[in-house]
Every structure is written in structure tokens, then in C-alpha cells.
Design a protein around this ligand. Structure first.
Ligand code: NAD
Ligand code: DAU
Length: 352
């Protein structure tokens, strides 16, 4: 029996991970720690809240006394650290929130691990990180585990800082750790601020779809459940004190992704010419051009491979958002409107 903490478990990726662990590891005790910021939502965990092997705790991971209280109550053998401010555009508007959770929050957890895990080799601090720490690629090439860190947004700088602290604590205090750096996730329960769920929610509302610049920037997309399976495989099988890249080898220009969503939406709903909603708007400051991942060790040493094709994943995601209109309405109420106005108001005087 192992006790697993999943921080950020009420967010997008975290809720899929908690659901997977609760289902596949009935003998593990799963504790979700989440501050329930705008991005965290107990509705995302509705089906696993009553599960006997799962407990939810509303906790800010940067609050040392709250973390300590829970450590005494339910000492973890494994920490899967996903809690974060995760949206690049918000990091450009308010960088300090990113320092609080992504940097101080991670160090607060590491400090507890240092104090309570002394001399233990059967424990694990697993940091869920991003390919954005490696900066931006040109037209060619891939990130590998050996790529140099070169973060260029406040978000990626905060994630890079956290990664460095995890490695430093591993090296200095011997804390067993793993770091995985993944590309762009998509799927059900993603907050409608990121490109794919934002596009789907605008398609549903029949409103303009904002594409930054000329839509030529490229991202490497992975279905969220493929990412979750990779995390659990690494947690169970990977040698410690290592870093792994996670990616589905699915790098595409943004405009291609948005056009594909438009045509799938039309196919599913019978709407016509949804791509007329696409509106090119002022670019993101410092916009990284291209991310592309070579996940060779994960594929060849661990035997992982993605199960979901991009087109089928997008189709299922569109269908999920259409079937969960009340979820979308609730997460878009209140503060979301203020954020949308701040982020897109000036960009989109043309946006209806
Ligand atoms: P998300 O924004 O959907 O969820 C983040 C969760 O963290 C929310 O539930 C929020 O309430 C919680 N949280 C925020 N601050 C907290 C704090 N101080 N204490 C406790 N909980 C707090 O994010 P996501 O997209 O699910 O990403 C999860 C993790 O995966 C992040 O660390 C992110 O950097 C990383 N990641 C995300 C992607 C992606 O494409 N979404 C890709 C690679 C890596
Ligand atoms: O690469 C992994 C990262 O992917 C994660 O670490 C981050 O948590 C996650 O937010 C994501 O970052 P991106 O900035 O790549 O994701 P986003 O969905 O915000 O943007 C994807 C691309 O689409 C990017 O090139 C910017 C562009 N875009 C985004 C928005 C929100 C638009 O053109 N219009 C938009 O309105």
C-alpha cells in the first residue's frame, strides 16, 4: 500500500491522472491537494470524490503549515507535483502568481520531502513539467533530454526554476526524483483559455476565433490520457534521478489545428464554413515559434506509445464540450469574462 499525493489534481491533467490512479491502483491511497484556483474545479473529480481510496484536500502547496499538517495526517510515499499556474498568456499579465505556485510551491513540497524522507530510497518526488523550458526551435530539429534550458516566458521560467530545484534537491539531499517534460495537452476538462478548448467554445458560441499572428507557430500535441499513462509508467518503472520527454510526435502549425477543429465541428454538427470565424489577431509577446519533442527513451526504453490519433482525439474532445455545456457555462462565468476582456479586448475590437 502506497500513499500518493497528486497536487493540482482538480485541474485539467491532474483530474485525468487522479481518475486513472483511483481506477487502476485500488490499493494505493490517493490524496488530491488543490487550492481550487480559477483553473481547479471539484466538478472535474465528481466521479472519484466518493471513491474509498481517494481524499480531496483544499490546500495551497506554498502554504508550509498546511502542507505540514497534511504530511502528519497522510505522509506520502510519492508526490506527483502538477499544481501550477499553467497559462502562458496569464504569466505575461501577472508573473508573480507563477512564482508563488510554480517556484515557491514546489520548494515548499521539496522542503518537506527533505525533512521527512531522509535516508529513504522507496519514495519519489515526480515533477510534471513542460517542453517550454527548452525555449523555441526553428523550422527544424527536436527537443531531447539533453537540450539546454532556455525559458523565454514568465511561465516557462517559473517551471524551469522548479525543475532546477527538484534536480538540486535530488543531487544535494538524495531525494529520489523524476522530471517529465511534455508538450501541449488537449482533451476533456481543459479550461477554455488554451487554444483547443478556446476554439471549441468559440465554435459552439459561433463567435470569432482568435489566432495569434499568422498562425504559423507550431506546437506538439498529445491527448491528455496518453500523457497520464506515460506519467504512471515512469512513476512505476523508470530509473530515478532522470528526466524524460513525453510527446506524441504530432507537431503542427496553429492554423492547421484551428482549421481541422473547424472542419471536424462542421462534420459533427452539420454547421457550414466555420473557418470563416477564424480571426488573426495581434501576436503574443515573445511568442515561441516551434516546439517538437523526440521522446526516444520513453518509446524505446519504457515501451510507451500514444494510443489516440490527433483527429479522433479532437473529435472526442469536441463531442465532450458539446455534451458538457453546463460545465463550460460554469467555468466561463465571473472571473473568466474579466480575463477574456483583458487578454483579447484590445486585440479583438473586431471580435464579436
Ligand atoms: P491547470 O491550470 O488545468 O490546473 C492546475 C491546477 O493546479 C488547478 O487545479 C489549480 O487549482 C491548481 N493550483 C494552482 N495553484 C495552486 C497552489 N498554489 N496550490 C495547490 N494547487 C494549485 O493545469 P494543467 O494544464 O492541468 O497542467 C498541470 C501541470 O502540467 C502543470 O504543472 C503544467 O505546468 C504541466 N504541463 C501542462 C501542459 C499542458 O499542455 N496543459 C503541458 C506540459 C506540462
Ligand atoms: O508546451 C506545453 C505547454 O503548452 C504547457 O506547458 C502549458 O501549460 C500550456 O498552456 C501550453 O502552452 P502554449 O502557450 O503552447 O498553449 P496555448 O494553448 O496557450 O497556445 C497554443 C498555441 O496557440 C500558441 O502558439 C499560442 C496560440 N494561441 C493561443 C491562444 C490562447 C492563439 O493563436 N490564440 C489564442 O487565443
Amino acid at each position: 500500500m502506497r500513499t500518493v499525493w497528486v497536487t493540482g489534481g482538480a485541474g485539467f491533467i491532474g483530474s485525468h491522472l487522479v481518475r486513472y490512479l483511483v481506477r487502476e491502483y485500488p490499493s494505493y491511497r490517493i490524496h488530491t491537494l488543490d487550492a481550487l484556483t480559477y483553473a481547479g474545479n471539484l466538478e472535474n473529480l465528481a466521479d472519484v470524490l466518493p471513491a474509498a481510496n481517494h481524499t480531496f484536500h483544499k490546500i495551497d502547496i506554498a502554504n508550509a503549515s498546511a502542507v505540514q499538517r497534511l504530511w502528519h495526517e497522510a505522509p506520502p510515499d510519492i508526490i506527483l507535483n502538477l499544481a501550477a499556474e499553467s497559462h502562458v498568456d496569464r504569466s505575461i499579465l501577472s508573473p508573480m502568481d507563477f512564482v508563488h505556485t510554480n517556484v515557491l510551491g514546489t520548494i515548499t513540497l521539496l522542503e518537506h520531502a527533505r525533512q521527512y524522507w531522509q535516508g529513504r530510497s522507496d519514495v519519489l518526488f515526480y515533477q510534471v513539467s513542460t517542453d517550454e523550458v527548452y525555449g523555441s526551435l526553428g523550422e527544424e530539429g527536436f527537443f531531447t533530454e539533453g537540450s539546454a534550458y532556455d525559458p523565454r516566458s514568465p511561465y516557462s521560467a517559473s517551471k524551469a526554476a522548479a525543475d532546477h530545484f527538484v534536480r538540486a534537491y535530488g543531487h544535494t539531499y538524495g531525494i529520489p526524483y523524476l522530471i517529465s517534460n511534455c508538450g501541449n495537452n488537449y482533451g476533456p476538462f481543459q479550461f477554455p483559455e488554451k487554444l483547443i478548448p478556446l476554439t471549441i467554445s468559440r465554435l459552439i458560441e459561433r463567435k470569432s476565433i482568435p489566432v495569434y499572428g499568422q498562425g504559423q507557430n507550431m506546437r506538439d500535441w498529445i491527448y491528455v490520457e496518453d500523457h497520464v499513462r506515460a506519467i504512471v509508467l515512469l512513476m512505476e518503472k523508470a530509473p530515478r534521478q532522470r528526466t524524460y520527454l513525453i510527446g506524441a510526435q504530432n507537431c503542427r502549425p496553429n492554423i492547421e489545428v484551428v482549421q481541422l477543429l473547424c472542419s471536424l465541428y462542421d462534420e459533427i454538427t452539420g454547421e457550414k464554413d466555420s473557418d470563416r470565424l477564424i480571426t488573426f489577431v495581434q501576436d503574443r509577446p515573445g511568442h515561441d515559434f516551434r516546439y517538437a519533442i523526440c521522446p526516444s527513451p520513453l518509446l524505446h526504453q519504457l515501451g510507451w506509445k500514444p494510443h489516440m490519433s490527433f483527429e479522433e482525439g479532437l473529435r472526442q474532445t469536441i463531442q465532450w464540450y458539446r455534451a458538457n455545456g453546463s460545465w463550460l457555462e460554469r467555468v466561463r462565468s465571473g472571473a473568466y469574462q474579466e480575463y477574456f476582456q483583458r487578454q483579447y479586448g484590445e486585440r479583438l475590437s473586431s471580435l464579436q
